[in-house]
Write a protein that binds this ligand. Structure first.
Ligand SMILES: [Fe+2]
Length: 205
């Protein structure tokens, strides 16, 4: 990028976050939500960064209720693959895929997703004040000098940024990027899907 005075500005090692709202997905969301409540009622789930919330087992992507969502996910992974110019002998695959149902006060501690390349979240039900996802500045040495900015919207004015939880929104972020989710302060469950992605060699044909 070139500034108006002619200086060149490079963005190096920046973390890219892909996000989009899936169009006309309300009916699909309902089907997925029903499947998640069925799983919640029939399986124990597991504990990871989730506090007070239910986290499903980690490989639930093959239920038919997820088919339409998986099509959109694969399309978006294709966009990321092209953007990063990965080796065409490889492909971005779902490594793990789970559901989250967070009741009032449910939140997620700060964590990242080791041993994966990309991670993501997809929001199925987001009542008001249900808790946003915050991403933490991965450049840790930046804390050694706190610069002053005109306002908190200025570039790098904060050590974390948040994305508003919005129904039908898909967010895909680097798996190394630490993140946390604020407590759900509504009386209705916040419901989402999460997944991890790896770059694997294409199967031999
Ligand atoms: Fe996470």
């Amino acid at each position: 990028m070139t500034n108006t005075n002619g200086s060149s500005i490079d963005t190096t090692f920046a973390s890219k976050i892909f996000h989009k709202v899936l169009p006309n997905f309300e009916e699909e969301n309902k089907k997925i939500i029903n499947r998640l409540y069925t799983l919640k009622n029939t399986t124990k789930g597991i504990e990871r960064s989730n506090q007070l919330g239910w986290h499903s087992d980690v490989n639930i992507q093959n239920y038919p209720e997820f088919d339409e969502f998986n099509k959109h996910l694969k399309f978006t992974l294709g966009e990321i693959f092209t953007f990063y110019d990965y080796d065409p002998n490889y492909e971005l695959d779902i490594h793990s895929f789970w559901g989250n149902i967070n009741p009032k006060y449910g939140y997620n501690n700060t964590h990242s997703h080791p041993h994966c390349l990309w991670s993501g979240v997809y929001y199925l039900q987001t009542p008001e004040n249900c808790g946003n996802i915050h991403f933490v500045d991965p450049v840790k040495p930046r804390i050694h000098y706190q610069a002053q900015f005109r306002n908190d919207k200025s570039l790098l004015a904060s050590s974390s940024i948040f994305y508003v939880a919005e129904t039908s929104k898909l967010i895909i972020f680097p798996a190394y990027l630490e993140h946390f989710v604020k407590p759900n302060m509504s009386d209705t469950d916040r419901i989402s899907l999460s997944f991890n992605i790896r770059l694997n060699p294409k199967p031999y044909k």
